[in-house]
Design a protein around this ligand. Structure first.
Ligand code: SF4
Length: 181
């Protein structure tokens, strides 16, 4: 963390997930005021930032599904002291990784041809449509993760306890240090 006079900096990131983990974060309700008192929330899907800032703690929702997300999480890792895999999609791939049973071509075919009400074809070369990775990957497969908070989604109470432990400099009671431990 920064010096005692400065609040620790906290961020959240949304990769390949349904946003349910962030909805659970918002369920902190009035405890968000306590969090605001203890930490500076400086980046999230709800804030507008040009570049990911240097932070003490980042919660990462979702698995890594695209080349763009792979670059993003590597960048976030370089700028984060404590990285938390936040929810089962980040921890194991979970729902997001269900597409791993199929090839990328099959997935694109399903989305853009078989189930499309208007067939416009599979986008290619469009920078607004990120390239899918061959396989959805949990966050720890591509960058070092410091703590894992499981759950789909973790409850607001669990999120709060994890954050308070980290802000107090304690090892989080609820989070695994290493996957499977
Ligand atoms: S862990 Fe559950 S709630 Fe969180 S992003 Fe994945 S599916 Fe959604």
């Amino acid at each position: 963390m920064d010096s005692l006079t400065k609040k620790p900096r906290l961020a959240t990131v949304w990769l390949g997930g349904c946003s349910g983990c962030h909805m659970s974060f918002l369920d902190l309700d009035e405890r968000l005021f306590e969090l605001h008192r203890r930490a500076e929330i400086c980046a999230s899907p709800f804030t507008d930032y040009k570049d990911f800032p240097e932070v003490d703690i980042t919660l990462v929702e979702g698995a890594v599904t695209t080349a763009e997300q792979l670059e993003e999480i590597r960048h976030v890792r370089r700028r984060t002291k404590i990285l938390v895999s936040f929810g089962d999609c980040a921890v194991t791939g979970n729902v997001t990784a269900m597409r791993n049973f199929f090839s990328v071509d099959d997935v694109l075919d399903r989305a853009y041809r078989e189930t499309a009400t208007q067939i416009v074809g599979i986008p290619s070369g469009n920078p607004a449509v990120p390239r899918l990775l061959d396989r959805v990957r949990p966050v720890h497969e591509v960058v070092k993760v410091d703590y894992f908070l499981q759950g789909c989604a973790p409850s607001a109470e669990e999120i709060y306890r994890l954050l308070m432990d980290l802000l107090d400099g304690r090892t989080p009671a609820l989070a695994g240090r290493k996957f499977g431990s």
